[in-house]
Design a protein around this ligand. Structure first.
Ligand code: SF4
Ligand code: SF4
Length: 239
């Protein structure tokens, strides 16, 4: 059990404790304060790539998932200005991929969709990219639909850090960035991934799906049909 701490930070005027080694995100999650995020999951190394968790710390922008908490930090999180930037980032994520929620198996369980609702996103705002991306249905138990991939690298880190494998990687930069599978054929069937792996379940969107489980939970009874993202007790959302 950790030692009690008298070190504190302040988020949106609320003083909360933190322990040495915690990031601002760790401290916020422990205090049931929601800082929007997509590429972070407790237990995996912080990545700082989605930028949704950008907060202002003593007036300067910083990623809450990578910045260590430190005594005296005055943090702004749930402000109109920050949420407007988060909405723009979320809109970009929608138009960069191919997201058609009504026909997606992940709808209602999708963190990207839930974050969009949380931020009152009503449309994609930007022109759709309609990228051509490869679907990999080669594995008997796991489907990879890159159309919905937001390049959060959660599957990359889960495979490497928890499953002890190295099934996924990101290659390329900017709009050329894409998720690849580390096998000679580049197909999932030629890797040692199994449906028991965390990497098979951690995808926050509908890019990695377990086969033959589709619609087992009817739409209307899924996690975000019943709860708002960030509600206490919903972290980590692994479905
Ligand atoms: Fe919608 Fe999420 Fe599916 Fe994308 S992955 S189509 S945001 S439900
Ligand atoms: Fe993230 Fe899913 Fe893409 Fe992996 S497949 S990088 S978990 S969105």
């Amino acid at each position: 059990m950790s030692e009690p701490t008298n070190k504190t930070i302040t988020i949106d005027g609320r003083e909360i404790p933190f322990e040495e080694g915690q990031t601002i995100m760790d401290a916020a999650l422990a205090a049931d304060i929601y800082i929007p995020h997509l590429c972070h999951r407790p237990g995996l190394s912080p990545h700082g790539s989605c930028k949704l968790c950008t907060v202002e710390v003593n007036g300067r922008s910083a990623s809450a998932c990578t910045l260590p908490a430190s005594s005296g930090q005055e943090i702004s999180n749930n402000t109109d200005a920050l949420n407007e930037v988060r909405k723009t980032i979320t809109q970009m994520l929608f138009v960069e991929g191919n997201h058609f929620c009504p026909s997606c198996e992940k709808t209602g369980n999708c963190t990207l969709q839930a974050v969009a609702y949380h931020l009152d996103m009503l449309d994609g705002h930007f022109p759709q990219f309609y990228p051509r991306r490869e679907v990999d249905a080669s594995h008997p138990g796991i489907m990879l639909d890159r159309d919905r991939c937001i390049l959060c690298e959660l599957c990359v880190r889960a495979s490497r850090e928890v499953d002890g494998k190295d099934v996924f990687a990101i290659t390329g930069r900017g709009t050329d960035a894409r998720l690849i599978v580390n096998s000679e054929s580049g197909k999932l069937v030629d890797t040692n991934i199994t449906t028991d792996d965390l990497a098979a379940h951690i995808c926050p969107v509908g890019a990695i799906l377990i086969k033959e489980e589709g619609y087992e939970v009817p739409i209307g009874r899924r996690t975000f049909d019943l709860h708002m993202v960030g509600e206490p007790g919903l972290e980590p959302v692994i479905l």
